[in-house]
Design a binder for this molecule. Structure first.
Ligand SMILES: Nc1ncnc2c1ncn2[C@@H]1O[C@H](COP(=O)(O)OP(=O)(O)OP(=O)(O)O)[C@@H](O)[C@H]1O
Ligand SMILES: [Mg+2]
Length: 293
């Protein structure tokens, strides 16, 4: 039964749509499966802000709550795996998603539950950000869950986006420069994802990421922004890739546009809090220009 207030809302939304104010039938939808960052700069919050900034309707399945701010992670409370699966089912079986991403998955059980939920629905446009440790050094994935990530989730991924540390953990050797990044990308692609993006945000010098599709390597290079406000760069980047995929871009185009989005967000980052502040998800308009100076 539809409640009165719900019916009123539906009437309001339909009138707006009929008047040309909303394109409900065509809006792209994206789902993030990740942890909550109470500080709002990373995790679910960064993902939903990014989806919104890119004109995509965002839904979420929360894997863990973190008590977190710009100074670090003070606490982690993981959600029971069955309930993570229930959230994914609730979103996908009603609203649907044109693309989805995973971020912090916390443990083995959650990884398996997420993989089960996506595999049983033959979900295709999946971006896996293999989050292992927060920027401040706090573990966000149990050590023994790294194998589950490789075994259960990477084979389902269209795109995987490890940073240097995660690339090392997945590949099993040190990744210190562009040649190592290429070698790691080859090896990680062998684990199942169709595209591998290795992020060079932690390299000295320019911010160069590598994209590999199994045949060709692309290097995406932007000048490093000298700012300590880089909290949530990785989440923002993978969320932007997801949003552009949801909008129908090819993987190569989505990754290139996402690189522009995250670079703009870092260049206009916010001096909020006493530590590493967040990037600015609003410093973008959909013509691809920074909106703030
Ligand atoms: N200071 C910077 N200036 C410009 N680009 C940057 C900078 N730091 C990171 N990037 C870019 O931001 C994106 C995210 O990369 P990064 O290596 O920071 O991910 P991450 O380590 O997963 O981040 P997080 O700690 O938020 O999880 C990449 O495209 C990277 O090149
Ligand atoms: Mg990261």
């Amino acid at each position: 039964m539809v409640s009165q207030s719900c019916a009123g809302w539906l009437y309001f939304v339909r009138s707006l749509r009929d008047a040309g104010g909303l394109s409900m039938d065509t809006i792209a939808r994206a789902l993030t499966i990740a942890g909550s960052d109470s500080g709002g700069g990373a995790g679910i919050q960064a993902d939903l802000k990014t989806f919104t900034a890119l004109g995509v309707y965002g839904a979420s399945a929360i894997t863990a709550l973190t008590a977190q701010n710009t100074l670090g992670v003070q606490g982690v409370f993981s959600i029971p795996a069955d309930f993570v699966e229930e959230q994914i089912a609730a979103v996908l079986d009603d609203i649907g998603a044109d693309a989805a991403k995973t971020g912090m998955l916390a443990n083995n059980e959650i990884i398996r539950a997420v993989a089960r939920a996506l595999e049983s629905r033959s979900f295709e446009n999946l971006v896996v950000d293999p989050v292992m440790v927060s920027k401040s050094g706090h573990p966000l994935l149990e050590q023994e869950a790294r194998n589950a990530l490789k075994q259960h989730l990477l084979p389902l991924a269209l795109v995987v986006t490890p940073n240097l540390f995660e690339a090392e953990q997945l590949a099993g050797f040190a990744v210190r420069g562009l040649e190592d990044m290429k070698a790691a990308a080859r090896l990680i692609r062998g684990m199942g994802p169709r595209y591998v993006v290795i992020k060079g945000g932690h390299l000295p010098g320019k911010a160069t990421d590598i994209l590999f599709d199994g045949e060709t390597f692309w290097a995406l290079t932007r000048d490093r922004v000298h700012s300590r406000n880089t909290h949530g760069t990785g989440c923002t980047f993978s969320a932007a890739i997801t949003a552009f995929l949801a909008r129908g871009l090819s993987v190569a185009e989505a990754v290139k546009k996402a690189k522009e989005f995250v670079t703009t967000a870092i260049a206009h980052s916010l001096d909020i809090g006493r530590g590493c502040g967040p990037t600015n998800h609003m410093a973008w308009n959909n013509d691809g220009e920074a909106t703030l100076s």
